[in-house]
Design a protein around this ligand. Structure first.
Ligand code: UDP
Ligand code: MG
Length: 312
Protein backbone atom coordinates (compact mmCIF):
# COMPACT_ATOMS: atom_id res chain seq x y z
CA UNK A 1 0.00 0.00 0.00
CA UNK A 2 1.23 3.49 -0.82
CA UNK A 3 2.03 6.05 1.84
CA UNK A 4 0.68 9.58 1.75
CA UNK A 5 2.62 12.32 3.54
CA UNK A 6 0.79 15.49 4.44
CA UNK A 7 3.01 18.46 5.04
CA UNK A 8 1.59 21.22 7.19
CA UNK A 9 3.60 24.41 7.85
CA UNK A 10 2.55 25.97 11.12
CA UNK A 11 2.98 29.55 12.23
CA UNK A 12 0.72 30.56 15.12
CA UNK A 13 -2.12 28.19 14.30
CA UNK A 14 -3.18 26.95 17.76
CA UNK A 15 -6.84 27.66 17.05
CA UNK A 16 -6.82 25.77 13.77
CA UNK A 17 -4.81 22.66 14.58
CA UNK A 18 -7.59 20.60 16.27
CA UNK A 19 -10.14 21.19 13.49
CA UNK A 20 -7.50 20.70 10.81
CA UNK A 21 -6.36 17.42 12.30
CA UNK A 22 -9.93 16.14 12.62
CA UNK A 23 -10.80 16.98 9.01
CA UNK A 24 -7.55 15.60 7.61
CA UNK A 25 -7.89 12.40 9.59
CA UNK A 26 -11.41 11.97 8.33
CA UNK A 27 -10.31 12.38 4.71
CA UNK A 28 -7.23 10.20 4.76
CA UNK A 29 -8.79 7.33 6.65
CA UNK A 30 -11.33 6.98 3.84
CA UNK A 31 -8.52 6.46 1.29
CA UNK A 32 -6.75 3.18 0.61
CA UNK A 33 -3.44 4.48 1.90
CA UNK A 34 -1.18 4.54 4.87
CA UNK A 35 -0.42 8.09 5.87
CA UNK A 36 1.69 10.40 7.99
CA UNK A 37 1.19 14.01 9.01
CA UNK A 38 4.34 16.11 9.06
CA UNK A 39 3.79 19.27 11.07
CA UNK A 40 6.55 21.83 10.67
CA UNK A 41 6.44 24.39 13.45
CA UNK A 42 7.98 27.52 11.97
CA UNK A 43 8.82 29.34 15.20
CA UNK A 44 5.23 29.86 16.37
CA UNK A 45 4.84 32.23 19.29
CA UNK A 46 1.68 30.55 20.58
CA UNK A 47 0.88 27.07 21.85
CA UNK A 48 0.97 25.34 18.47
CA UNK A 49 3.94 23.10 19.30
CA UNK A 50 2.35 21.84 22.53
CA UNK A 51 -0.77 20.86 20.61
CA UNK A 52 1.28 19.14 17.94
CA UNK A 53 3.26 17.18 20.52
CA UNK A 54 0.02 16.10 22.17
CA UNK A 55 -1.25 14.81 18.86
CA UNK A 56 2.06 13.03 18.24
CA UNK A 57 1.81 11.29 21.60
CA UNK A 58 -1.61 9.83 20.85
CA UNK A 59 -1.29 9.27 17.11
CA UNK A 60 1.84 7.59 15.72
CA UNK A 61 0.99 8.99 12.28
CA UNK A 62 1.81 12.48 13.54
CA UNK A 63 5.41 13.59 13.03
CA UNK A 64 6.79 17.02 13.67
CA UNK A 65 9.78 19.20 13.00
CA UNK A 66 10.22 22.14 15.35
CA UNK A 67 12.32 25.07 14.06
CA UNK A 68 14.57 27.18 16.25
CA UNK A 69 12.83 30.33 14.94
CA UNK A 70 10.63 31.60 12.13
CA UNK A 71 12.22 30.75 8.79
CA UNK A 72 9.22 31.39 6.56
CA UNK A 73 6.54 29.34 4.90
CA UNK A 74 8.53 28.08 1.89
CA UNK A 75 11.37 26.89 4.09
CA UNK A 76 8.93 25.15 6.44
CA UNK A 77 7.46 23.27 3.49
CA UNK A 78 10.98 22.44 2.29
CA UNK A 79 11.82 20.92 5.69
CA UNK A 80 8.64 18.86 5.50
CA UNK A 81 9.62 17.60 2.06
CA UNK A 82 13.08 16.71 3.35
CA UNK A 83 11.65 14.83 6.31
CA UNK A 84 8.70 12.99 4.80
CA UNK A 85 8.69 9.37 3.68
CA UNK A 86 5.57 9.12 1.51
CA UNK A 87 5.15 7.98 -2.09
CA UNK A 88 2.64 10.77 -2.61
CA UNK A 89 2.95 14.08 -0.84
CA UNK A 90 0.36 16.75 -0.09
CA UNK A 91 1.26 20.32 0.87
CA UNK A 92 -1.57 22.07 2.70
CA UNK A 93 -2.06 25.26 4.74
CA UNK A 94 -3.01 24.85 8.37
CA UNK A 95 -5.73 27.49 8.44
CA UNK A 96 -8.28 25.38 6.51
CA UNK A 97 -8.29 27.81 3.61
CA UNK A 98 -7.33 24.74 1.61
CA UNK A 99 -10.15 22.21 2.06
CA UNK A 100 -8.69 18.81 3.07
CA UNK A 101 -11.62 17.11 1.32
CA UNK A 102 -9.98 17.95 -2.01
CA UNK A 103 -7.22 15.44 -1.25
CA UNK A 104 -9.51 12.60 -2.35
CA UNK A 105 -10.04 14.22 -5.76
CA UNK A 106 -6.33 14.87 -6.07
CA UNK A 107 -5.51 11.27 -5.33
CA UNK A 108 -8.04 10.10 -7.92
CA UNK A 109 -6.29 12.29 -10.52
CA UNK A 110 -2.91 10.88 -9.52
CA UNK A 111 -4.27 7.41 -10.25
CA UNK A 112 -4.89 8.55 -13.83
CA UNK A 113 -1.14 8.93 -14.24
CA UNK A 114 -0.39 12.50 -13.19
CA UNK A 115 2.64 13.37 -11.08
CA UNK A 116 1.39 16.77 -9.92
CA UNK A 117 -2.18 17.74 -9.11
CA UNK A 118 -2.40 21.34 -7.97
CA UNK A 119 -5.44 23.11 -6.60
CA UNK A 120 -6.61 26.11 -8.57
CA UNK A 121 -8.65 28.78 -6.82
CA UNK A 122 -11.94 29.49 -8.51
CA UNK A 123 -12.69 32.20 -5.96
CA UNK A 124 -11.28 33.38 -2.67
CA UNK A 125 -13.15 34.52 0.38
CA UNK A 126 -12.32 36.61 3.39
CA UNK A 127 -9.19 38.23 2.06
CA UNK A 128 -8.65 41.92 1.64
CA UNK A 129 -9.21 43.51 -1.75
CA UNK A 130 -5.57 44.55 -1.82
CA UNK A 131 -4.33 41.00 -1.20
CA UNK A 132 -6.56 39.51 -3.88
CA UNK A 133 -5.74 42.23 -6.38
CA UNK A 134 -1.98 42.14 -5.82
CA UNK A 135 -2.03 38.34 -6.07
CA UNK A 136 -3.96 38.53 -9.33
CA UNK A 137 -1.57 41.05 -10.86
CA UNK A 138 1.48 39.19 -9.56
CA UNK A 139 0.55 35.78 -10.98
CA UNK A 140 -0.34 37.25 -14.36
CA UNK A 141 2.83 39.32 -14.55
CA UNK A 142 4.91 36.34 -13.54
CA UNK A 143 3.20 34.16 -16.16
CA UNK A 144 3.93 36.72 -18.85
CA UNK A 145 7.61 37.26 -18.07
CA UNK A 146 8.75 33.72 -17.35
CA UNK A 147 9.61 31.09 -19.90
CA UNK A 148 7.98 28.26 -17.95
CA UNK A 149 4.24 28.23 -17.41
CA UNK A 150 3.49 28.75 -13.76
CA UNK A 151 -0.27 28.27 -13.32
CA UNK A 152 -2.16 31.38 -12.23
CA UNK A 153 -4.32 31.51 -9.07
CA UNK A 154 -2.53 28.56 -7.54
CA UNK A 155 -0.80 28.31 -4.19
CA UNK A 156 1.22 25.44 -2.82
CA UNK A 157 -1.82 23.29 -2.03
CA UNK A 158 -1.21 20.24 -4.22
CA UNK A 159 -0.39 16.56 -4.34
CA UNK A 160 2.95 15.56 -5.82
CA UNK A 161 4.68 12.30 -6.54
CA UNK A 162 7.86 11.20 -4.76
CA UNK A 163 9.73 11.73 -8.06
CA UNK A 164 9.09 15.47 -7.81
CA UNK A 165 10.32 15.60 -4.21
CA UNK A 166 13.54 13.84 -5.18
CA UNK A 167 14.20 16.48 -7.82
CA UNK A 168 13.28 19.34 -5.48
CA UNK A 169 15.76 18.09 -2.92
CA UNK A 170 18.49 18.44 -5.53
CA UNK A 171 17.58 22.00 -6.42
CA UNK A 172 19.99 23.99 -4.30
CA UNK A 173 18.48 27.46 -4.39
CA UNK A 174 18.23 29.16 -1.03
CA UNK A 175 15.27 31.31 -2.03
CA UNK A 176 12.49 28.85 -2.59
CA UNK A 177 9.55 29.48 -4.86
CA UNK A 178 8.21 25.94 -4.77
CA UNK A 179 5.20 26.38 -7.05
CA UNK A 180 7.56 27.71 -9.74
CA UNK A 181 10.14 25.00 -9.17
CA UNK A 182 7.49 22.31 -9.47
CA UNK A 183 6.25 23.78 -12.77
CA UNK A 184 9.83 23.92 -13.98
CA UNK A 185 10.37 20.23 -13.14
CA UNK A 186 7.61 19.16 -15.51
CA UNK A 187 6.12 15.64 -15.69
CA UNK A 188 2.36 15.34 -16.14
CA UNK A 189 0.60 18.10 -14.28
CA UNK A 190 -3.08 18.80 -13.91
CA UNK A 191 -5.37 20.62 -11.52
CA UNK A 192 -8.59 20.47 -9.57
CA UNK A 193 -10.62 23.62 -8.91
CA UNK A 194 -11.93 24.83 -5.59
CA UNK A 195 -13.36 27.83 -3.79
CA UNK A 196 -10.95 29.13 -1.22
CA UNK A 197 -12.47 29.60 2.20
CA UNK A 198 -11.72 32.13 4.83
CA UNK A 199 -9.10 31.41 7.42
CA UNK A 200 -10.81 29.43 10.22
CA UNK A 201 -9.17 31.39 13.04
CA UNK A 202 -6.15 33.52 13.71
CA UNK A 203 -4.48 36.00 11.40
CA UNK A 204 -2.40 35.61 8.27
CA UNK A 205 1.31 34.97 8.77
CA UNK A 206 2.03 36.53 5.40
CA UNK A 207 2.68 40.18 6.05
CA UNK A 208 3.05 42.49 3.07
CA UNK A 209 6.79 42.49 3.66
CA UNK A 210 6.90 38.69 3.40
CA UNK A 211 4.66 38.82 0.34
CA UNK A 212 6.94 41.28 -1.46
CA UNK A 213 10.00 39.20 -0.66
CA UNK A 214 8.23 36.08 -1.88
CA UNK A 215 7.14 37.80 -5.10
CA UNK A 216 10.70 38.98 -5.75
CA UNK A 217 11.99 35.45 -5.11
CA UNK A 218 9.55 34.13 -7.67
CA UNK A 219 10.46 36.70 -10.28
CA UNK A 220 14.23 36.59 -9.85
CA UNK A 221 14.29 32.77 -9.80
CA UNK A 222 12.37 32.39 -13.01
CA UNK A 223 12.91 35.45 -15.12
CA UNK A 224 15.85 37.46 -16.38
CA UNK A 225 13.59 40.07 -17.91
CA UNK A 226 13.98 42.58 -15.03
CA UNK A 227 17.74 42.55 -15.30
CA UNK A 228 17.50 42.88 -19.08
CA UNK A 229 15.30 45.89 -18.43
CA UNK A 230 18.49 47.81 -17.60
CA UNK A 231 19.88 47.16 -21.07
CA UNK A 232 16.57 47.78 -22.80
CA UNK A 233 15.96 51.05 -21.00
CA UNK A 234 19.55 52.05 -21.78
CA UNK A 235 18.81 51.74 -25.49
CA UNK A 236 15.46 53.50 -25.23
CA UNK A 237 16.89 56.40 -23.26
CA UNK A 238 19.85 56.72 -25.64
CA UNK A 239 17.50 56.78 -28.61
CA UNK A 240 15.39 59.53 -27.05
CA UNK A 241 18.56 61.44 -26.19
CA UNK A 242 19.69 61.17 -29.81
CA UNK A 243 16.41 62.66 -31.09
CA UNK A 244 16.67 65.50 -28.57
CA UNK A 245 20.25 66.11 -29.67
CA UNK A 246 19.16 66.41 -33.30
CA UNK A 247 16.44 68.82 -32.28
CA UNK A 248 18.85 70.88 -30.19
CA UNK A 249 21.29 71.18 -33.10
CA UNK A 250 18.45 72.03 -35.45
CA UNK A 251 17.09 74.80 -33.25
CA UNK A 252 20.58 76.14 -32.52
CA UNK A 253 21.88 76.33 -36.08
CA UNK A 254 18.85 76.37 -38.36
CA UNK A 255 16.16 78.13 -36.37
CA UNK A 256 18.62 80.21 -34.43
CA UNK A 257 16.00 80.06 -31.70
CA UNK A 258 17.45 78.89 -28.45
CA UNK A 259 16.84 79.75 -24.84
CA UNK A 260 19.01 78.52 -22.03
CA UNK A 261 16.94 75.42 -21.26
CA UNK A 262 16.87 74.72 -17.54
CA UNK A 263 13.63 72.74 -17.76
CA UNK A 264 14.78 70.24 -20.36
CA UNK A 265 18.12 69.93 -18.61
CA UNK A 266 16.69 69.16 -15.19
CA UNK A 267 14.10 66.80 -16.65
CA UNK A 268 16.64 64.74 -18.52
CA UNK A 269 18.99 64.61 -15.54
CA UNK A 270 16.16 63.41 -13.27
CA UNK A 271 14.94 60.93 -15.85
CA UNK A 272 18.31 59.36 -16.47
CA UNK A 273 19.05 59.38 -12.74
CA UNK A 274 15.80 57.51 -12.09
CA UNK A 275 16.46 54.90 -14.74
CA UNK A 276 19.95 54.34 -13.37
CA UNK A 277 18.72 53.84 -9.82
CA UNK A 278 16.06 51.40 -10.95
CA UNK A 279 18.64 49.46 -12.91
CA UNK A 280 21.04 49.36 -9.98
CA UNK A 281 18.20 48.21 -7.71
CA UNK A 282 17.29 45.37 -10.02
CA UNK A 283 20.90 44.28 -10.30
CA UNK A 284 21.05 44.42 -6.49
CA UNK A 285 18.09 42.06 -6.18
CA UNK A 286 19.89 39.46 -8.25
CA UNK A 287 23.25 40.00 -6.57
CA UNK A 288 21.84 39.64 -3.06
CA UNK A 289 20.41 36.28 -4.09
CA UNK A 290 23.68 35.23 -5.65
CA UNK A 291 25.50 36.12 -2.46
CA UNK A 292 23.16 34.16 -0.22
CA UNK A 293 23.49 31.17 -2.52
CA UNK A 294 27.25 31.46 -2.27
CA UNK A 295 27.10 31.62 1.54
CA UNK A 296 25.20 28.31 1.54
CA UNK A 297 23.95 28.60 5.07
CA UNK A 298 21.67 25.82 6.26
CA UNK A 299 18.13 26.59 5.17
CA UNK A 300 16.67 25.93 8.58
CA UNK A 301 17.67 24.89 12.07
CA UNK A 302 15.75 22.17 13.86
CA UNK A 303 15.28 22.34 17.62
CA UNK A 304 13.62 18.96 17.90
CA UNK A 305 11.81 16.45 15.75
CA UNK A 306 10.14 13.08 15.91
CA UNK A 307 12.65 10.40 15.15
CA UNK A 308 11.65 9.01 11.80
CA UNK A 309 11.61 5.28 11.84
CA UNK A 310 10.77 4.00 8.40
CA UNK A 311 8.55 1.00 8.82
CA UNK A 312 7.44 -0.51 5.54
N1 UDP B 1 3.25 29.97 7.65
C1 UDP B 1 4.52 29.54 8.04
N2 UDP B 1 5.49 30.49 8.26
C2 UDP B 1 5.27 31.83 8.09
C3 UDP B 1 3.98 32.24 7.63
C4 UDP B 1 3.00 31.28 7.41
O1 UDP B 1 4.76 28.35 8.22
O2 UDP B 1 6.18 32.60 8.31
C5 UDP B 1 2.20 28.93 7.40
C6 UDP B 1 0.85 29.21 8.05
O3 UDP B 1 0.78 28.68 9.35
C7 UDP B 1 -0.11 28.51 7.10
C8 UDP B 1 0.57 28.68 5.76
O4 UDP B 1 1.94 28.92 6.02
O5 UDP B 1 -0.25 27.13 7.38
C9 UDP B 1 -0.04 29.82 4.93
O6 UDP B 1 0.08 31.04 5.64
P1 UDP B 1 -1.10 32.08 5.79
O7 UDP B 1 -2.42 31.42 5.89
O8 UDP B 1 -0.73 33.00 6.90
O9 UDP B 1 -0.99 32.85 4.40
P2 UDP B 1 -2.18 33.35 3.47
O10 UDP B 1 -3.16 32.24 3.33
O11 UDP B 1 -2.75 34.54 4.17
O12 UDP B 1 -1.49 33.70 2.19
MG1 MG C 1 -4.08 31.32 4.86
Amino acid sequence: METLSIIIPIYNEEHNIPALYARLKNVVSSLELTYEFVFVNDGSKDNSITLIKQLASIDPAVKYIDFSRNFGHQIAVTAGLDGCTGDKIVIIDADLQDPPELIGDMYAKMQEGYEVVYAKRRSRKGESFLKKYTAQVFYRTLASITSISIPVDTGDFRMIDRKIVDVLKNMPEQHKFLRGQISWIGFNQTFVEYDRDERLAGVTGYTYKKMIRFALDGITSFSDLPIRFATISGFVVSFIAFIIMLYALYSRFILQDYVPGWTSLILSVMFIGGIQLIAIGIIGEYISRISSNVRKRPLYIVREKTTTSKKD
